[in-house]
Design a protein around this ligand. Structure first.
Ligand SMILES: Cc1cc2nc3c(=O)[nH]c(=O)nc-3n(C[C@H](O)[C@H](O)[C@H](O)COP(=O)(O)OP(=O)(O)OC[C@H]3O[C@@H](n4cnc5c(N)ncnc54)[C@H](O)[C@@H]3O)c2cc1C
Length: 288
C-alpha cells in the first residue's frame, strides 16, 4: 500500500482515475480498524487532509461550507457554527472520544455508510448537500442520497466528497441530535434522532424536519412526523403524534443491543425529545 498526500482536488481525481484500487481516507478511524480486521488494502491510500478545500470550515454568502475531511473537533471549536447548527456539531462531538474527534470527519462518517453513523441524521435534517468531485468534474448531491446501504454509497468510481454545504438556518430555527447507546462511552447508537424546527412569531411550528439513524439500512427521513408539527404550537399532543409516526417509520434489526420493539419505542422517544430540544433553541432565536 502506497501512501500519498496530494494538495489539490485535481490530483486526487487523477490518482483515483489512474488506479481503481486506490482509495481516499480522512481520519482513517474507520479505515484502519477495517484493514486490521482483514479487509483488502488499497493499492494507494490517498490522504485528503492536506487539501485546504477539504479541511476548511467557512461561512460565505449565507452558506456554511464544511470540508469533508475536517476533524469534527474543529466543528466543536467553531462558536459561530455551533450557534447556527448546534445539533450537527453535537453529533460530531459524540463520535468516539477526543482522540477520535481529532481525526474523524463528516465525509468519512457518511461514506463509511454505517446505518448508525451519528452525523448523518443531523446533516439530513439540515438539508446538507455534498459537493462531489470526480472524472466528470464536480456535482452537488443531497446528503440523503449518498448512503445506499450498509457500507455502500451512490458515489461513482473515482468520485469523492470535497465539502458539505448547508444554508444558514433562518431566524427562530434550530436543530438537535440525540442518540441512545448501551454504555456511557464509545459505543454505537441503538437509535439516533435528529430534528430541526422553525417557529413563527407566535410560537407555532412553521417548519420541521426529522430523521432517524440506526433503525434501517440507511438514514430515515420522517416527513410525516414533520407534518404532524407544522401549523401548531409544540404541544404534548403534537409530540405524541411525532413519537407514534417515528416508531412506525423505524425498521430496525433485532440484535444484542436491542429488540425491534425496544428500538421502535426508543425512536419515538428520542424523536420527541430532539424536537423539544430544537424547538427550545429556536424559541430563543436559534443562532441569530
Ligand atoms: C473507537 C472508535 C469509536 C467510534 N465511535 C463512533 C461513534 O460514536 N459514532 C460514529 O458515528 N462513528 C464512530 N466511529 C467510527 C468513525 O470514527 C466515524 O465514522 C468517523 O466519522 C469516520 O471518519 P474518518 O475521517 O476517520 O473516516 P475514514 O476512516 O478516513 O474513512 C471512512 C470511509 O469513508 C471513505 N471516505 C473518507 N472520506 C471520504 C470522502 N471525502 N469522500 C469519499 N469517501 C471518503 C473512506 O474511503 C472509507 O471507506 C468510531 C470509531 C472508533 C475507532
Amino acid at each position: 500500500m502506497r501512501y500519498v498526500a496530494p494538495t489539490s482536488v485535481a490530483e486526487v481525481v487523477a490518482l483515483l482515475a489512474g488506479d481503481p484500487e486506490a482509495r481516499v481516507f480522512a481520519g482513517a478511524t474507520d479505515l484502519v480498524p477495517q484493514l486490521r480486521a482483514g479487509r483488502p488494502e488499497p493499492s494507494i491510500a490517498i490522504d485528503l487532509k492536506k487539501i485546504a478545500r477539504l479541511t476548511e470550515v467557512s461561512l460565505e454568502d449565507g452558506t456554511w461550507r464544511i470540508g469533508a475531511a475536517a476533524p469534527t473537533a474543529d466543528l466543536t471549536g467553531d462558536a459561530a457554527l455551533t450557534a447556527d447548527l448546534p445539533g450537527l456539531v453535537h453529533a460530531g462531538a459524540l463520535i468516539g472520544s477526543d482522540q477520535i474527534q481529532n481525526r474523524a470527519s463528516l465525509g468519512g462518517n457518511l461514506c463509511n455508510a454505517s446505518p448508525a453513523a451519528d452525523s448523518v441524521p443531523a446533516l439530513v435534517v439540515n438539508d446538507a448537500r455534498a459537493v462531489v468531485a470526480g472524472p466528470g468534474g464536480e456535482r452537488t448531491v443531497a446528503v440523503v442520497d449518498i448512503p445506499t446501504g450498509p457500507g455502500r454509497t451512490s458515489l461513482a468510481p473515482g468520485e469523492f466528497i470535497v465539502c458539505f454545504e448547508i444554508d444558514r438556518p433562518p431566524a427562530r430555527t434550530s436543530d438537535a441530535y440525540l442518540r441512545l447507546i448501551p454504555r456511557t462511552e464509545m459505543d454505537i447508537a441503538i437509535v439516533g434522532a435528529a430534528a430541526r424546527v422553525t417557529l413563527d412569531g407566535d410560537g407555532n411550528c412553521a417548519g420541521a424536519a426529522i430523521a432517524l439513524g440506526a433503525v434501517a439500512p440507511t438514514v430515515v427521513p420522517v416527513p410525516a412526523a414533520a407534518r404532524a408539527l407544522v401549523g401548531e404550537p409544540i404541544t404534548d399532543g403534537a409530540l405524541a403524534r411525532v413519537a407514534a409516526v417515528c416508531a412506525d417509520a423505524a425498521n430496525p434489526i433485532d440484535d444484542k443491543r436491542g429488540t425491534i420493539t425496544y428500538r421502535r419505542q426508543v425512536a419515538g422517544v428520542l424523536a420527541k425529545r430532539a424536537v423539544t430540544e430544537a424547538a427550545g433553541r429556536a424559541g430563543n432565536g436559534g443562532g441569530r
